[in-house]
Write a new protein. Sequence first.
Length: 320
Amino acid sequence: MLMQRIAGAMLGASLLIAGTGLACAQDYPHKPIRIVTGGAGGGTDQASRLIAQGMSGNLGISVLVDNRSGILGSELVAKSSGDGYTIMLSGSNLWLAPFLQDKVPYDPVADFSPITLAVSAPNILVVHPSVPAHSVKELISLAKARPGVLNYASVGTGGSNHIAAELFKSLSGVDMVRISYKAGGIAFGELIAGQVQVMFATMGGSTQYVKAGRLRALAVTTAQPSPLVPGLATVANSGLPGYEAATIQGIFAPVKTPAAIINTLNQEIVRVLNKPDIREKFNNVGVETVGSSATLLAATVKSEMTRLGKVIQAARIRAD
């Protein structure tokens, strides 16, 4: 399972750092490094800035964050020279884009060199308190008894909470109607008001409403229980075996980047992610740091493309 592979990779990466220290690739780095990422203020932007700050302090050079929207940022990095000075932090929009739209100007496998799986964040399956379901099993039974009656909220098309809901529908065989919103705040407002009943919400966005009793948490979407939400069962263990969904973000370089530079970047970024203060900052916003081998990120991308690509195609999801 994804999180089991992540856990093993974290241990391996930590041992590698302890045993070898930073690898040297000639005089790299000797000038500022640019991390291309998503729009300002979003999750990838926040993650990129924390990583950039940690790298800058250790390497003694500037590490800058360059905000680019979606496909444009991925295309820029794919076409950049592989000198190690342009890298990218991206989530599933990088590797799932070919399933969501036509003519994507890059190949998510052939055009990038994976560096490390950086962070992972669970989604939380939440319902409005008026929904007469207190477990995943009860929600599935309710949805089957009332096909097409329950609505679920998603933010945008093809995002983590959209795919998580469609995966749930596919594995459980229920019929819930998607209501799409342009922003998370609007979606939560409608959910709290009872205009929609279900959401596979971000942990950072939903926790305050769960604590206040305005939403009911049924389960966490990761394969294993998350330390960020202690005591909350997984979807897989509470009614839907085999279910797994998480928001993951990895760091990539252009495909021609030398292996020595990839190794240097991997060890430096993993070192940053393993710092207790950095881990705490991520945890405070509902995100777990990972820090893996490049090999694990490559395998994860291919696995997620196979697994979730089928869900996207079956649900006929197309980007807005």
